[in-house]
Structures are given as C-alpha cells and as structure tokens.
Ligand binder design. Structure first.
Ligand SMILES: [Zn+2]
Length: 480
C-alpha cells in the first residue's frame, strides 16, 4: 500500500500515469491520513521528459527514501505518453487500410516493443515500496484469483465463415508468390479432401476441443454486418451472422461457454454510430449482452473510435496490438483504463491489449513456419508472467490446412501446452477485465497500530479480492 500525493498538484495525465503505475504495481492507495505507510513523492525536475530508452536504463529514476519513494514529474509524463500511444495520435502516415504504421509508436521507435516496459516500471516501483518501508506495514493486492500469479486469454477473430474455397485460392496465391510450393501442394490436397465437409465449422470445433482439453474458455470476436461484393473484395465483411453456417458456429461457441464479442467492421472506424447497430444485432443473434470489441484489421481512428465504443455500451476493447509485429503497443501487459486526451478524463472503457497474433509474422515478415509464430507467442507469455500481467493472444480459426495453413493447428496445440504449463489464470477477457476493475478499485481505509488493514473495493469482482504481504502470505480477503 502507499499514500499518494494530493491530486490537486498533478495534471490530468500525471494523475492517470500515477494511478496506472500503482495499479500495475499492486500497491493499493491508503485513504487514512494518519497511517504511517510508505508515501509516494512526485519530484520536480526542470528538464523535459527523458526519452523512453533513458527511462528504462535509469530504472525510471525511482528513488527510495526512509518511508518514501519518489518519481520525477517528467517521468510520469513519459509513462502517460507511452500508455496512451500519444506519438501515434500525432502521426499523419497511414497504410492502405488507413492504419497508423507501427513505426509511429514510441516503443517501436525505441526498439522496446517486445518488452512490457511500463509493467516493468511498476514492478520496480513495488520493489522500491517494499525496500523503503522499514518497520511500516506493507500490503499488496493479490494479482489474480485462485492463487495464480499471472493470466492468459486466448482470443479469436471470426473473419471467414462463407465461401471458404475463395480464401484458399487467395492464400495459395500468397504462398506461390513467396515460392512456398511445398506448402501450396499440401494446401491443395487438404482443400480437395475438405470439399463438402464444412472445413470452417470443423476447424472451430477442433480448436474448441483443444482449448477445452487445457481448461481454456476463449473469447471470440464476430463480424456483424451485411457483406457486399465490395466488402468481400476488401477483406472486410464476408458473412452474415444470421446465415446458417454462422449460426451453427455461434451456437457451438455459446454451448461451450465461450465469450462472444463484436469484431467491428471497417465502417465502424469511420462511422462510430455503427458500433451500437452491430452490437445490437449480435446481441439479438446470441441472446446475451456483448461486452467486448476488437476492430477487424485493427482499424481505428485513435480516441474517436474508443469514444464510439463507449457510447455503444461496450465495457472493453482489445484492439491495441500491432498488426505487423508482436509486442506491447502500450508498453503494458495488462488491462488498463483508457484515457481520453481531448477531455483529460477516463474513457469509461478498459483496454485489454493483445501482444501476439498468429498472422503478423507470415503476413508482414515472410515467416511461414507456424512453429516460429508460436515461439514468439511463448516468449511474450514469459514476459507477461514475469510482470504478473495478462497475455492476450489472437488466433484466427481459419488457420487450418484446407484454408491454407498446414501445420498451424499443431503449432497452436504446442502453444496451448507451453502457456498452460506456466499455470496462468485462464478466463475469457470479460472475466479478466472485471477482475482487474475490482482489483483496481481496492482502497485501504484504515491501518491499525498493529498493522492490520481495513480495506474495501468499490467495484464488485467475479471473485473475492485479497491482500498479501511481500512474501505472498495472505493478510486479508475483501468482499466487494
Ligand atoms: Zn478480423
């Protein structure tokens, strides 16, 4: 736990960065002004915000005192800029899908995209709090339910349902261009054998079986508009959620307990009012509320898209990852509340950033070996585990041999094994977001002279929250 400086002395983005840091660090704030606990001090500096690489090299300039930890004000600014992808907001370059190139992102520019640098800063802050406490009591929030120390969420974007042979042909053309002729042969054989046997539906069922075997309930993002010839050609909407094949898939997902979210079509990025239309259509189709959203092709127009999602009633977004590389676009391996730079307020929407996607390496780096894709995913999972964060991965269910991806299902099975062996808390994104919102709302009301704490959580969570001491002994359990 920690006592924060008076909020009046801080700007909006500084407050945001500070709240983010202590949340990621698992040090809940103390309300009791008389409690003798570690205090956080914001140190004044004349200089501008040091660049990201320097912040990392200097351990974010955190300084330990007797019962105090200080962080320079410009460092809070740097954290605020990285976690809101401020550099991207100012970029004018766009790719052919109207997306900001990842080179505009600060962590990419610093060559630090594969490391959750802000999550690591929080880990350093926690270590500093513990080291500077002396005889003062230290209570930390327990990171995840069920005694787990990190979390993993497997997510899927349902891009293809109808007209699968068309996508097989497109993929064969892509492989041929790359000179991957052996793979072309394997795909052609698998596709011929799959004719009349519903390979899309079968791939979904096999994926669900594999996940079930590891105790995984996944999250699926579903397109929910009406396709046209133009939308098909552009790779945008390719199926209607009401069509028979799509209904069968949605039914199978609901039956297995998967979470369904909206995969926002291209148009939602230009006309935010369409989020509510598509969300409503999906809710009518599946008969339950839809909390999450991820943009198809990750198409966004900065904060405007997030504002549209909030207005449509979504609880969280999971679009903030890179399309052309794996890594941490916000420098964070965790769920964070989104900040609106225009109004200097919280968006009212959480972000569950993904750090790994199946196709980034094959589509943008020319790597066609699925074992290499999942090796990347596994390495990033290790980074997430180290910071007690969340690994969110994207796997497209159409990555099956008849649709052009021989070896992909086997590679995914290896990834499921590798990640679950590290014992993460496994849950659909909705549960992970709810847990983090409850954990984030933890406050210490009072600290008794003997060090016992009176804690409460403003937001109820899916499981009871707990506090622990620095050696992970549980001190108290809090009900919402
Ligand atoms: Zn998609």
């Amino acid at each position: 736990m920690i006592r924060l400086p008076a909020p009046e002395g801080l700007s909006g983005i500084e407050r945001y960065a500070l709240e983010l840091l202590i949340d990621l660090a698992r040090v809940p704030p103390v309300d009791d002004p008389s409690a003798d606990v570690v205090r956080l001090v914001v140190a004044e500096r004349d200089s501008d915000a040091p660049d990201l690489r320097t912040c990392v090299a200097r351990d974010w300039y955190l300084e330990r005192g007797d019962g105090t930890v200080s962080v320079p004000r410009p460092v809070l600014h740097r954290i605020g800029r990285v976690t809101t992808a401020a550099a991207e907001q100012g970029a004018t370059a766009r790719d052919r899908y109207d997306r900001v190139p990842s080179q505009a992102n600060e962590v990419v520019q610093a060559g630090l995209a594969a490391d959750p640098v802000v999550s690591r800063a929080a880990t350093l802050l926690r270590a500093a709090v513990i080291a500077s406490a002396g005889r003062r009591p230290v209570a930390l929030s327990v990171p995840w339910p069920d005694g787990r120390r990190w979390a993993a969420a497997f997510t899927h974007d349902l891009d293809i349902v109808a007209y699968w042979p068309l996508f097989t042909l497109l993929r064969i053309a892509e492989l041929a261009r790359k000179g991957e002729l052996r793979r072309v042969g394997r795909v052609a054989l698998a596709a011929l054998a799959a004719i009349g046997r519903n390979p899309v539906g079968r791939a979904v069922r096999h994926l669900l079986d594999d996940e079930q075997a590891h105790g995984i309930l996944s999250t699926w993002f579903v397109l929910c508009g009406t396709p046209t010839f133009a939308s098909m050609r552009a790779g945008d909407l390719t199926y209607r959620p009401e069509a028979r094949a799509a209904r069968a898939i949605l039914g199978a997902l609901t039956e297995r307990g998967a979470e369904l979210g909206l995969h926002g079509s291209f148009e939602t990025a230009d006309r935010e009012e369409l989020f509510a239309v598509q969300r409503g259509r999906l809710e009518r189709q599946i008969g339950r509320p839809v909390q999450g959203v991820r943009q198809h092709f990750l198409r966004m127009r900065g904060a405007a898209t997030h504002r549209g999602m909030t207005a449509a009633g979504f609880r969280y977004d999971s679009t903030c990852g890179f399309f052309d590389r794996n890594g941490f676009r916000l420098g964070i391996a965790d769920v964070v509340p989104l900040w609106d730079p225009a109004t200097e307020r919280h968006m009212g929407l959480d972000e569950a950033p993904f750090c790994w996607m199946d196709r980034t390496l094959s589509k943008y780096a020319g790597v066609e070996d699925p074992a290499a894709w999942v090796a990347d995913g596994d390495a990033l999972a290790e980074a997430c585990r180290q910071v007690e964060g969340v690994w969110v991965g994207v796997w497209h269910p159409n990555l099956s041999p008849p649709l052009g991806y021989p070896g992909a299902p086997d590679a995914l099975r290896a990834l499921l094994r590798g990640i679950t062996a590290r014992r993460p808390f496994l849950a659909p994104l909705r549960t992970i977001v709810e847990w983090r919102a409850a954990r984030r709302s933890l406050r210490i009301r009072r600290v008794a002279p003997d060090g016992r704490v009176d804690a409460h959580a403003r937001v109820p969570g899916p499981r009871p929250l707990s506090l622990e001491d620095p050696s992970q002994r549980v001190l108290a359990t809090i009900r919402g």
